[in-house]
Design a protein around this ligand. Structure first.
Ligand SMILES: *[C@@H]1O[C@H](CO)[C@@H](O)[C@H](O)[C@H]1NC(C)=O
Ligand SMILES: *[C@@H]1O[C@H](CO)[C@@H](O)[C@H](O)[C@H]1NC(C)=O
Length: 404
């Protein structure tokens, strides 16, 4: 049971097929000229990159202060004012909230079966247009639900008018509808409801301590315990070029599992037995970079592997969705697939790690409030799913919805 880590147990089915696709794509090394999709890598005035001597640093707040003095939010905002990501890749959180279209004014959703959906989503919500929304796993609280949410188990094959609407959720890369649902929830904008991984509920119970010092010698954190062969190969090739710590089962180089807590005792969550997902953010915050490789390379499939790193105040080196920039803030990640070779990627990472101003620029989005589509992606995460689903159920008239 991995309560809050939804991606890891269904994916093996699809991993093999996509591994082949991924490898062939990866070996081509798409040759884009610039590692960054912005002006930041050019020699425009004020660009912190490519013009500086290396300057070892460990104190992240001191790096921010230097960036404030040498670049600053105004220049950063200006640089990214034409930042264009594809808004169609992320649904509008408020879409379709015409109050007149909503009836009934109260909706209850019963979450069915064993599911990873966090228990503490259970609540009664006040949504838009005065709609109230009961979301619960308890058939005692929701004895006459307007909708039943299924995950991992099939909805009933038939629905008659007066029965609850059947909702099916699959956030895995394959996003496979059951065929029997009235509403399908996936991670893609084309689904009835999109639910991104950019939510706080993916890390319930985490330790919120983050380090203000980052290693200046060991640059990359990696942890993976599902050693898919393509992912291992890619990680092994890249990590052989950069000093790193690998904490998981795959390519472990820290002397065993569960070493993060002996390295970083401040990451212990005192009130619970240690689980790796509790201290993950705290542990990765000691590193300038986190390697994040998706199980599969799939459009719009951007998972918590990436968001954990952003939430922990570090910089993901990302291999995954080709349209990842539609889901993250400007200048927030290193998109590994945009480099001609892993050698080039490794020297870029080392150059940034040795330049406090260039490195601090990867955190400017958060400090200056420049979010791009990331603001939209956060607004439609699992955190807000209850109201968004209840609103849709209400627009479909709940149990009174006609059968399809
Ligand atoms: C960087 O790390 C080395 C040890 O690897 C240390 O001797 C040096 O003082 C560090 N530099 C800074 C700026 O912290
Ligand atoms: C924008 O995203 C949508 C949904 O993922 C996709 O169908 C469309 O092709 C994308 N448009 C561009 C220009 O990439």
């Amino acid at each position: 049971m991995v309560p809050l880590k939804p991606v890891n147990y269904l994916a093996p089915m699809i991993a093999f097929a996509t591994a082949l696709v991924f490898l062939s794509r990866f070996l081509e090394f798409p040759s884009l000229s610039s590692p960054l999709p912005t002006e930041a890598s050019s020699s425009s005035p004020g660009s912190p990159l490519l013009s500086r001597a290396q300057d070892a640093f460990t104190d992240i707040k001191a790096a921010y202060a230097r960036w404030d003095a040498e670049v600053g939010c105004n220049r950063f905002r200006d640089r990214h004012r034409h930042w264009a990501s594809n808004v169609s890749a992320v649904q509008e959180a408020c879409a379709g909230a015409e109050c007149a279209a909503m009836a009934p004014a109260h909706v209850s959703v019963l979450v069915k079966g064993w599911t990873w959906i966090p228990d503490n989503l259970d609540s009664i919500y006040s949504c838009r247009c005065g709609l109230t929304c009961l979301w619960t796993k308890s058939p005692v609280l929701a004895d006459k639900p307007d909708a039943m949410l299924y995950e991992n188990i099939m909805p009933p094959a038939r629905r008659r008018k007066g029965d609850p609407l059947r909702v099916y959720i699959d956030l895995e890369a394959s996003r496979k509808p059951s065929g029997f649902e009235d509403i399908f929830i996936g991670y893609h904008a084309d689904d009835d409801l999109q639910s991104t991984y950019a939510g706080a509920l993916f890390h319930n119970n985490r330790n919120y301590h983050l380090s203000s010092y980052k290693h200046n010698d060991t640059l990359v954190y990696w942890s993976s315990s599902r050693c898919l062969s393509y992912r291992n190969k890619l990680a092994a090739s890249l990590l052989s070029l950069i000093p790193h710590h690998s904490f998981g089962k795959c390519l472990n180089n820290v002397g065993g599992l569960d070493m993060a807590l002996s390295f970083y005792p401040e990451c212990i969550n005192s009130n619970s037995e240690p689980h790796w997902w509790d201290h993950l953010h705290c542990a990765m915050s000691h590193y300038k970079f986190v390697l994040a490789i998706e199980n599969t390379v799939t459009e719009s499939y951007v998972t918590e592997k990436l968001y954990y790193a952003l939430d922990a105040g570090t910089v993901p080196i990302y291999f995954g969705a080709p349209n990842v920039w539609d889901f993250v803030p400007p200048n927030s990640i290193v998109d590994g697939s945009k480099f001609k070779s892993l050698e080039e990627l490794a020297s870029y990472v080392k150059a940034v790690a040795g330049d406090p101003v260039a490195y601090a620029e990867f955190h400017a989005w958060r400090r200056c409030g420049v979010l791009g589509n990331y603001g939209r992606a956060r607004a439609i995460s699992l955190d807000t799913l209850p109201c968004r689903l209840c609103e849709l159920v209400s627009r479909r008239r709940g149990r009174e919805a006609r059968t399809l």
